[in-house]
Design a protein around this ligand. Sequence first.
Ligand code: GMT
Length: 376
Amino acid sequence: MKIGITCYPTYGGSGVVATELGKELAVRGHDVHFISYALPIRLTMNDRIYFHEVEVLTYPLFEYPPYDLVLATKMAEVMTRYDLDILHVHYAIPHSISAYLAKMMLSDRVVPFVTTLHGTDITLVGNDRSYLPITRFGIEQSDAVTAVSEYLRRRTIDEFQIRRPVTVVPNFVDCNTYGPAKDKSIRSKFANEDEGILIHISNFRPVKRIEDVIAIFSLVRQKRKARLLMVGDGPDRPKAEWLANTHGVAGEVLFVGKQSDMSQLLSISDILLLPSDLESFGLVALEAMACEVPVIATRVGGVPEVVRHGVDGFLYDVGDVSSMAEGCLAILDNPQLRSDLGQAARDRARRDFCASKIVLQYEDLYRRTIQEALSH
Ligand code: GMT
């Protein structure tokens, strides 16, 4: 198939999923055309992967340059020139609207589009009253809609009163790339032998509750030696750095910034911390699980569909930092528990969320959607 993919190219779960999906589809022999305003962060090019940059004209009259319109124009252009069979957009706003416009712009053929809902497009942005009607319209007009968890599917249907089917296609992980550390010596760059390593990876937005990450770590640090790796960047990073200072743990917290390869840092860690207010899936938890790393997270959104409490890690109420610290200590102080949780986590990642299995679901969906569009 000739498949177009649109996503946000920046550091964020939806862009990562879209990029990894495109790479997998290319390996399986499809031509994949990424359409976005910058090269997606994890994208590596090959002869089946194309990148089409959307260039937004700025003009003094445009206080808000109309990206969605330029995107629609580029989508229609790529659909025509490369004879696309289908377009898959990740994140409803504004991508599903641009895809709809592009579809309408083609007079001689129909190129259907699939919208994948990732989370904040529904839970935050789409729920803002000013965005809700247009998000609902984009969902209703899509030729197929998927959500990354059952939680997100249900919430979309309930809150947007969606009458059309929404299919759950969960996020996935490449268990060959993400696995236990092959070279344990890298660990010594970050911690001494007797120190546990906790890791947090995110875009440092308020929903991630970075303050809780620091609070949990400082409670752990009162009881035993440990280090905290903070991976990523975003608006709450200065707050996190300041909190690490005020909690007196700045020397043990390492802010490593944005990284393109998470697998190495995850594989040398003992625990992933994900104390978010909300996660529709929690892709980073799955990536940690594939690396045999237990997860300490909040029992929110789609997280319990990924992490099983007491099996792959432990789940707690939002803000319950003392219990989360206790959970970390239980794991760090008991190597057998750490190993059991880690192995169960990897088994689950391989069995239920392995890339090859989930990519097949998308391929099937594309074929069915193309067939349906042709038959109308
Ligand atoms: O978490 C973010 O702020 C980024 C956001 C995105 O759309 O890029 O992540 C959402 O999509 C990810 C990939 O499907 C999910 O793993 C995250 O749970 C989801 N974030 C939220 O629901 C807050």
